[in-house]
Design a protein around this ligand. Structure first.
Ligand SMILES: Cc1ncc(COP(=O)(O)O)c(C=O)c1O
Length: 355
């Protein structure tokens, strides 16, 4: 018996796809016909099911609401426009990161077969939802939360693992204007910055709203000890280009999410002939080298947007402006990665997994 044989399948009576237009495919707005569900009870994963996408019922005492054991992933599947095959981008890296998050949040790890086969079977079922349009993809959202009805601070004994799918168009966002946050922090050493737990995102909302009120798009998160070294921007990893050298903050302290796009960009940049340094990078160094004209561009990386260029970076009242005419590395590496993901360039790194 394989995991696939264990999945109980209930098909939706009708597909919602007919009523979906291209305009509805904004990131995270529409969801496919089915969802994958598995429950952790009595110390094991069971009740694997694919069923019509629907609301779920949980107790008001559901532990995730009160004590925050809740994690997720964000993955993309692409349709090869020539062969029409469907590929998932770096599924194994997302799987590993999911269980890294689970471990840190004292949640049970999801077995590889359940995580991967659950996703594959769900996509096979909702295959028609994978857009056949350039720049479009299927966003895959696996998540897990503590479902036990219990009030009291201790790890829950029951969890739900689910996967939902959302077709999505290109991420047309203007370049970001960042505000370097020297008071509020996203992550500290020994904390949960490297995990994709829901609380990290909840805690970021207030400082991000303050930055937005002041006309910025995102916060540049700084280290919690000295408020001196850069970590991430918004929910993206960050890269700074100094001529032929590209610098991105190192992951050693466990304060930064180990982005799958980040690791892909590092690999591509190296193969494009750039020197990539993963190290501590202070705002002072950034400002000094900007003044000398050495810093020409900066960008964020993540699954949703791939690369988002940075137009400005403010430290208090001082703002560094990045001239679009000088942007070279970010746009070039975006084309490289997009072409691999969409199948128009060979998958020489083995990052794509055919469904
Ligand atoms: C906090 C944070 N940093 C970085 C990233 C980029 O990670 P990835 O490239 O795996 O999407 C994300 C998005 O997942 C994120 O939420």
């Amino acid at each position: 018996m394989t995991v696939t044989d264990d999945i109980k399948v209930t098909r939706a009576r009708e597909s919602k796809l007919k009523s979906l237009s291209i305009e509805d495919m904004h990131f995270g707005h529409s969801f496919s016909d089915h969802m994958f569900v598995a429950a952790y009870e009595d110390g094991k994963w069971q009740h694997l099911e694919i069923k019509p996408y629907q609301p779920i019922t949980v107790s008001p005492a559901c532990s995730a609401f009160h004590y925050g054991q809740s994690i997720f992933e964000g993955i993309k599947a692409f349709r090869d426009l020539k062969t029409k095959d469907i590929h998932i981008f770096r599924l194994n890296d997302h799987f590993k990161r999911f269980n890294t998050s689970a471990k840190r949040m004292n949640m049970p790890e999801v077995p590889e077969e359940i995580f991967k086969e659950g996703i594959r079977e769900l996509i096979r079922m909702d295959e028609a939802w994978v857009p056949d349009i350039h720049d479009y993809s299927l966003y895959i959202r696996p998540f897990m939360f503590a479902s036990e009805a219990f009030i009291g601070v201790r790890p829950a004994t029951k969890y739900e693992f689910m996967v939902i799918l959302s077709p999505t168009g290109p991420y047309y966002s203007k370049p970001m204007r960042l505000f370097a946050e020297r008071h509020y922090v996203r992550a500290s050493e020994g904390g949960v910055g490297f995990a994709k737990n829901a609380g990290n995102y909840g805690a970021a909302m207030y400082p991000t709203s303050l930055a937005k009120k002041n006309g910025f798009d995102q916060v540049l998160w700084m280290d919690a000890k000295e408020h001196k070294y850069v970590q991430e921007c918004g929910t993206m990893n960050i890269f700074f280009v100094f001529g032929n050298t590209v610098v991105t903050p190192s992951l050693g302290e466990g304060t930064i999410l180990d982005g799958v796009t980040r690791m892909s960009i590092i690999r591509l940049l190296k193969d494009m002939g750039y020197t990539v340094e993963e190290r501590h990078l202070s705002l002072d160094e950034i400002e000094e080298r900007y003044k000398k004209g050495e810093l020409t561009e900066a960008f964020g990386t993540g699954t949703a947007a791939v690369i988002l260029m940075i137009s400005g970076l403010a430290d208090g009242n001082n703002e560094m402006k990045f001239d679009e005419k000088k942007w070279k590395v970010g746009p070039a590496v975006k084309i490289e990665l997009d072409s691999i993901r969409e199948g128009s360039a060979p998958d020489k790194y083995g990052w794509l997994e055919k469904i």
